[in-house]
Design a binder for this molecule. Structure first.
Ligand SMILES: Nc1ncnc2c1ncn2[C@@H]1O[C@H](COP(=O)(O)OP(=O)(O)OP(=O)(O)O)[C@@H](O)[C@H]1O
Length: 558
């Protein structure tokens, strides 16, 4: 019962998506499935779920669905698949459904969700996740995988091919990513070897954006068969009204200064997901913040998938407050899955797409993404499940680019241009980015300490930290995998935000000396949450507007 309660608390879709006029019962779902949905705390289906169930269960149509981030697309295809598999009698060995996702993280997430939905069903409805090494030699009624992992299973164990002869459902989640993630060849090969485009198989193509890539995919998998196209006409400005978007135009070095001040003084409350544009940047920022005793945890494609999944789970549970995620896909260049390509990076990594980060108060674009599409997915990690949230983006001024080599990063050269595109695309859906006029003069006193800490984070230190963490995680994974299987409780306490400090941490930097704080803060030193850095406005009352709650930085406004 305790477990049931916990699940219910962990989930909730934004009210604007919930379809109060509909009910799950109206779709005559199996009682075991209904019970699980209830346990998850889903009282009504979301709009995308109602429509998808209507077309797939009642009209047996293929479905191509487009709906915003956080609208409940996962359940929209999982529920009909489970429902139909529950009433069909496939033999034990046969795979009934294939779910393809672009990243390992999503494969784990979908598997967990499937397990929850089938918690009252017997073991015959087992699902397997081929991205998880413990399942590579297995199949189940539902197989969840990236295209390349499924292809690998079929090639390394050709005797499994026959188990896929009776596939009834094919779901492709984050469908618009399949091509840009470089899965086109793998998909073609799977469509051929498993006859996935057969009209006997019902298809679900789910995405937050509809584009040419989806059209191509539709042609490939639906093979001329007409599909129901569901484009949810939700007022996105209403849907994202809980999200306040800010940007600050700044220099490259000041991005570090601002981050230091914001987190050292606790100006942003709650969990922050910080996006950077490459792995070294992630470690650089982590080491830099460590200098001031600010703990953070890093997420990138070099870490083993098991560690990544564990990091996301722990962040969701509130174990860490700051997660620095490398968004390696932000340029949406085609990835290559060919053998021998590149290095030890996992091509199936993805932090900004589809991952259900929970209760994120702020998304900080420490490095601005390089496209508006990437921006949408990053900010979609906050203000989810009916909660409010803010995003803050650092935008490097063109004339400042390259002025401070050690803090410079190539993508920042085009920040102002990219910001223009982002502002335009947000305006198209009735949303707005507001310039945040940070009073830099008020934090000048911190600059010297910031330079001091920044200098200690050399290239060598970053390289060492990167190496140290991967080695540590790999050792943990190999050595501890068996141990954790027997002691799952201990896995929960494995923390990833330990200090790496391959560089000398200067203890004095961890404290903020009183003289750096403005007068008001010195008096109320114990309560640093709302230090006034604003110029005194005598006799002016606070106006108490609705933005008050979502604007923790307001005291720093000019
Ligand atoms: N009917 C429902 N009622 C309440 N909460 C729901 C319902 N359906 C889904 N949710 C919850 O809403 C959240 C978002 O769902 P989900 O991750 O499926 O969204 P999504 O559309 O796939 O988003 P993204 O495009 O970012 O992946 C999850 O925490 C999920 O558990």
């Amino acid at each position: 019962m305790a477990k049931d309660k916990k699940l219910a608390l962990a989930t909730a879709a934004s009210d604007v998506y919930v379809d109060e006029s509909a009910s799950f019962e109206a779709f005559n779902l199996d009682s075991r499935l209904l019970q699980a949905i209830k346990t998850l705390g889903f009282n009504n289906p979301t709009l995308i779920q109602t429509k998808t169930m209507e077309f797939s269960l009642e009209h047996q149509k293929d479905v191509l669905a487009k709906a915003s981030t956080g609208s409940g697309k996962t359940a929209a295809y999982c529920i009909p698949i489970i429902q139909r598999l529950l009433v069909q009698s496939l033999d034990d060995e046969s795979v009934g459904a294939v779910v393809l996702v672009p990243t390992g993280e999503l494969a784990y997430q979908v598997k967990t969700f499937m397990d929850r939905l089938t918690m009252y069903c017997d073991k015959t409805l087992k699902s397997v996740n081929l991205c998880d090494t413990k399942y590579v030699n297995q199949t189940g009624k539902i197989v969840i995988s990236t295209p390349s992992k499924l292809k690998f299973q079929l090639e390394s164990q050709p005797e499994f091919v026959s188990r896929y002869q009776d596939v009834q459902f094919l779901a492709i989640d984050e469908a618009d990513l399949m091509i840009s993630y470089g899965y086109e060849d793998d998909l073609d090969s799977l469509i051929k070897s498993l006859q996935l485009s057969s009209p006997k198989i019902q298809k679900f193509l789910m995405s937050a954006t509809l584009n040419d890539e989806i059209d191509n995919l539709k042609v490939k998998v639906c093979n001329g068969k007409e599909a129901a196209i569901i484009k949810l006409n939700i007022d996105e400005s209403k849907d994202k009204s809980q999200l306040v978007q800010y940007y600050i135009k700044t220099s490259e070095f000041e991005k570090f200064l601002l981050t230091y001040v914001i987190y050292k003084l606790g100006l942003i409350k709650g969990k922050t997901l910080i996006f950077v544009n490459d792995i070294d940047r992630g470690y650089k920022l982590k080491l830099f913040l460590e200098q001031y005793g600010i703990k953070s945890c890093v997420l990138n494609s070099e870490l083993p998938l098991v560690s990544r999944v564990n990091i996301v789970e722990q962040f969701n549970k509130g174990v860490y407050q700051l997660l620095i995620a490398t968004d390696e896909n932000n340029s949406f260049k085609k990835r290559s899955h060919s053998e021998g390509s590149d290095d030890k990076k996992d091509k199936e990594y993805g932090a900004s797409r589809g991952v259900d980060f929970q209760n994120v108060a702020c998304v900080l674009n420490f490095d601005l993404p390089t496209s508006s599409r990437s921006y949408i997915h990053r900010i979609g990690r906050t203000a989810r499940a009916g909660k409010s949230g803010m995003s803050l983006s650092f935008v490097v001024l063109k004339e400042q680019f390259g002025k401070h080599k050690a803090s410079s990063f190539p993508t920042c050269e085009k920040d102002e241009k990219t910001l223009g595109k982002i502002v335009k695309s947000q305006a198209n859906i009735g949303l707005e980015l507001t310039p945040f006029k940070f009073d830099m003069g008020q934090i000048e006193g911190f600059r010297y300490r910031c330079e001091d800490g920044f200098r200690a984070v050399t290239k060598h230190a970053v390289r060492q930290a990167r190496f140290k963490e991967i080695t540590q995680e790999l050792i943990n994974n190999d050595k501890l995998k068996r141990y954790f299987e027997e002691n799952p409780q201990d896995l929960k306490s494995l923390k990833h935000d330990f200090e790496i400090h391959p560089t000398m941490v200067q203890d004095h930097l961890k404290r903020v000396p009183e003289y750096l704080l403005p007068a008001g803060a010195r008096v109320e030193k114990k309560n640093l949450g709302f230090i006034s850095f604003t110029k005194e406005k005598k006799g002016k009352k606070k106006n108490g507007t609705s933005k008050k709650k979502t604007d923790p930085l307001k005291k720093f406004r000019k």
